[in-house]
Design a protein around this ligand. Structure first.
Ligand code: NAG
Ligand code: NAG
Ligand code: NAG
Length: 261
């Protein structure tokens, strides 16, 4: 049974003092059996015909979005007018936030891995101009607790195009920061977003952890799958006979709250 958890940003805050391997001492859920992120072994994923394309509502809206340095990542607050449905989600959900993870310069930094490979928010030699507004905003929030506005922000600027988002994996996992609450429906898109190495360096030069050190490798290592099954959407299945895939990379985590309207 999938279910959504009502969470807010404050759950993400109190965490950076210890290494991920130590989290379970303070937050027992972090040692649970359904933790995220995971390595997705594609040939072991199970086709689930109910995983139809996800419908994003308000995806093309232009918004002034607040972004905050939470000491271990950059969190974007998304307005309730952005909604997600379809894809076998039991209801319509409001998007609440998304956050980014990255590696170091040209090293990988994605949280989830696909067949063991990790991607550094995938690097390309070409600048992704659509990301510049976001990068500039990250430059304005170097320290823990700093906030800024990304003006004229559109989700379409940082996510791959809609039709590419119909290929995804689905499993039941957790938040990737303490308290590691389980019951999170993870949707991991197969398609990457690209930014250039220069752009990534720009981010890692500017953002700082709570400790004041450069914010690099702000991801939790992969966790054991245990008894869980990872499902794949029909689009993954249909497309897997096609040519090479670019893999997922911008791992956005939508924290979902049940739509009460
Ligand atoms: C975003 O902020 C600018 C400047 O404050 C304002 O002119 C604009 O109307 C805002 N846009 C939205 C969609 O709120
Ligand atoms: C980072 O990128 C922004 C725009 O994308 C630019 O204004 C800024 O000068 C860059 N900073 C560095 C340190 O490269
Ligand atoms: C960012 O945070 C630092 C450290 O808390 C603080 O000194 C600084 O004033 C903040 N800057 C902004 C623009 O809020």
């Amino acid at each position: 049974m999938w279910f959504a958890l009502l969470v807010s940003c404050c759950l993400l805050a109190p965490c950076v003092h210890s290494e991920p391997s130590e989290w379970a001492k303070d937050f027992p859920a972090c040692g649970g059996q359904k933790q995220s992120p995971i390595n997705i072994v594609t040939h072991k994923t199970r086709l689930e015909p109910c995983l139809t394309p996800i419908v994003f509502e308000g995806y093309t809206q232009t918004l002034n979005v607040t972004v905050q340095n939470t000491g271990n990542t950059a969190v974007f607050e998304l307005p309730p007018s952005l909604r997600i449905r379809g894809g076998d989600l039991p209801d319509t959900y409001n998007a609440v936030q998304l956050h980014l993870h990255w590696g170091m310069d040209d090293e990988p930094g994605s949280e989830h891995t696909l067949d063991g490979e990790q991607y550094a928010m995938e690097l390309s030699t070409e600048e992704n101009q659509k990301f510049n507004q976001v990068i500039q905003a990250l430059g304005r929030i170097p320290y823990n607790g700093n906030t800024s506005i990304v003006p004229e922000f559109r989700l379409t600027d940082i996510l791959p195009s809609l039709e590419k988002l119909s290929s995804y994996y689905r499993y039941s996992g957790s938040l990737t920061t303490p308290g590691c609450n389980e019951g999170i429906i993870w949707t991991v898109f197969k398609k990457s977003s690209f930014i250039s190495q220069q752009q990534l360096m720009n981010v890692t030069k500017q953002m700082r952890f709570e400790t004041g050190k450069p914010m690099i490798k702000n991801f939790r290592p992969v966790q054991k799958l245990n008894e869980r099954t990872v499902y794949k959407s029909t689009a993954v299945f249909l497309m897997s006979s096609g040519p090479v895939f670019l893999c997922l990379c911008l791992f956005c985590m939508f924290v979902l709250t049940e739509n009460i309207f």
